[in-house]
Design a protein around this ligand. Sequence first.
Ligand code: 13P
Length: 256
Amino acid sequence: MNRRAMVAGNWKMNGARDFNTSLVHDILFDARGFTDIDIVICPPAPYLDSVGRQLEGSSLQLGAQNLCEQEKQGAFTGEIDGSMLRDVGCAYSIVGHSERRALYGETDVRVMEKFRTGQVHGLTPILCIGETLDERESGQTEAVLARQLGAVLDACGIAAFKQAVIAYEPVWAIGTGRTATPDQAQQTHAFIRAQLAAADAKIAGSTRILYGGSVKADNAEALFKCPDVDGGLIGGAALKAGEFVAICAAAQARNK
Ligand code: 13P
């Protein structure tokens, strides 16, 4: 396995200046030895600039949680475009998080547009896909994932995945404390990779697929040991330095 592990912290709508400064300070200090993995911090948009400055000179990278699908700046009140994200130092942007799909009506097409626009601006998209509990229980998991992934694959092409990360986030595992078992995660990640491999086996083999949904210090190691799980997209546990760094340590151990 030659895929470099990644741990990304999605802070969601949490943070304040003092809180951020001390959280990032602690993460930087405790994670300084983790040179074999990519660590990405995704704070809320108002704090990207200041967190980005704090990360300067470290190996940690900055990511946004969302971006506007429009390629050019202009009259789109409230939106943030990819060039602004690059300007403040973002290397990544999450796209298609299930909270954005469910609460803000982002369709598969809109998510695809954000993915494409992010790449136009030099951002690496972290494309989130995942099924709801109803969908899993009614046997639709694979159909849902194939549809969400297919919307991007069909429009952007498999080559776009050379510069992208996928995050499998089962909706029923997000913020619920109910995580997918390593077997469930492995099975689903293998399915996602097979979807990519049908288009290009080499690109499929090098695309990182993260798991997200109630990843904590005590379950990260078992999840990251799965051959097709290349790290994690972390919500709640990314807001606690000790937890987040322990998850990074599990990813670092996987790379050895
Ligand atoms: P939790 O880790 O809080 O379950 O959130 C996962 C997630 O949605 C990360 O994007």
